[in-house]
Design a protein around this ligand. Structure first.
Ligand SMILES: [Mg+2]
Length: 400
């Protein structure tokens, strides 16, 4: 038998074993879509729920920080209409439906509601697949390399208004420490205006941001991890100078200090600490030049904006090939955080995951089972079918 014939015969035998003549595959079909919102201060968490024709439900997180996520709902309805009646296994099919809708949003930040809608629906399909097969999503993404995922506490949103001082950031870091976290992220340059013509104001503001970082380092001690996000406030030259001034703080990473691949790559070439970024990029297409251009050491796809769980896996694989680590971005609800964790559990180049610390006191209870995050910011990757959560109705209202 020729090799090609043998391969064909073997594939046919495998197919025959799973689907006998006269049988059809029994894959649940996508039937209904619902939206649920939970208010988190000035922002909202948006959860999507897809129901199948046999009554299974799958959850997904489409949070993109807007209080009224109406655009996201409209986008999700549009994508859902093209998927109704198709099976829960057609993730690549959903991607084909979603790509032109997202591309029509003119790129940049405008793509976020559409990308979040896609990611929310995509998570619903993975959650449903896990429920159909009785497996946690990590088993569908290659199997676990770890059963817990290390999270850092992003204390930036929880540190509000007048508390954005060295003392205020320190107090919030102390709260995170008391809650058991051992890694912290802050963005203490948020008050800066890029290209501020008032040079003195910009210099004073930069010093204040550095003072806040030094104060948090003092609070958490030398052995815990400190991550700083520059939110692209600096020019290339300013970013390089600030990186130099931050060297004594022994940062775990310096994130998106300056906008654009050429500026980031120039910073990355000289910074003595690791650099990280990529949270707003969509898909393998946008990550390719970012990775090839050596913009950063650590890529940070945000599952909501990068194209979902499968795209996160693909992007992480590209980073792996380039010798880069993958640390997903994601100030999400517990659903989005766990969906990312299900994928992160399978990544050989996974480093650390984002956890939006201190946004609301009821965070852990808004899902069942309760969010299993413990000492050292270690999140237990749920060993239940799918992503692993159901909504606790006490905290979510029907929306849209
Ligand atoms: Mg960031």
């Amino acid at each position: 038998m020729q090799r090609r014939q043998w391969l064909g015969a073997a594939a046919g035998a495998a197919f025959a074993a799973s689907v006998l003549p006269g049988q059809t595959r029994k894959s649940p079909k996508i039937a209904k879509l619902r939206f649920y919102r939970a208010m988190v201060g000035p922002r909202a968490w948006l959860a999507l729920q897809v129901e199948t024709d046999n009554g299974l439900t799958g959850l997904g997180d489409a949070t993109h920080a807007a209080a009224e996520p109406k655009v996201c709902v409209t986008m999700a309805r549009k994508m859902f209409a093209a998927m109704e009646g198709r099976t829960v296994f057609e993730v690549e099919g959903l991607r084909q439906v979603a790509l032109p809708v997202i591309a029509a949003q003119n790129g940049g930040r405008d793509h976020r509601p559409a990308a979040a809608a896609f990611a929310g629906l995509e998570q619903c399909l993975w959650d449903l697949q896990g429920k159909v097969l009785g497996l946690p999503c990590s088993e569908l993404f290659g199997g676990r390399l770890r059963s817990q995922v290390h999270n850092y506490a992003n204390i930036n949103r929880a540190t509000k208004g007048e508390a954005r001082t060295p003392e205020g950031f320190s107090q919030m870091a102390q709260r995170g420490l008391d809650a058991g976290f051992d890694a912290f992220k802050m963005a203490s340059f948020d008050h800066l205006k890029p290209n501020d013509p008032d040079h003195e104001r910009f210099a004073d503001g930069t010093q204040l941001g550095i003072d806040c970082i030094a104060a948090v380092r003092q609070t958490i001690g030398p052995d815990r991890d400190l991550l700083v996000d520059g939110h692209s406030k600096f020019s290339r030259e300013q970013a390089i100078e600030v990186a130099l001034r931050l060297e004594p703080q022994k940062l775990f990473w310096f994130e998106e200090a300056t906008p654009g691949i050429p500026n980031l790559a120039a910073l990355n070439a000289v910074a003595r600490m690791p650099t990280a970024g990529g949270e707003s990029l969509f898909g393998v297409g946008e990550f390719l030049p970012y990775i090839a251009g050596k913009a950063v050491d650590i890529v940070m796809p945000d599952m909501k904006f990068c194209g979902g769980m499968l795209e996160l896996k693909k992007i992480a694989a590209m980073a792996e090939a380039a010798g880069m680590a993958c640390s997903p971005h994601g100030p999400a609800s517990p659903i989005g955080n766990m969906a990312a964790a299900q994928v992160c559990a399978t990544l050989p180049n996974f480093q650390i995951l984002e956890f939006a610390y201190g946004e609301v006191p009821w965070r852990g209870e808004c899902v069942t089972p309760e969010e299993p995050i413990g000492k050292g910011g270690m999140l237990e990757v749920l060993d239940r079918p799918g992503i692993g959560y159901e909504l606790n109705g006490k905290y979510w209202e029907a929306y849209g």
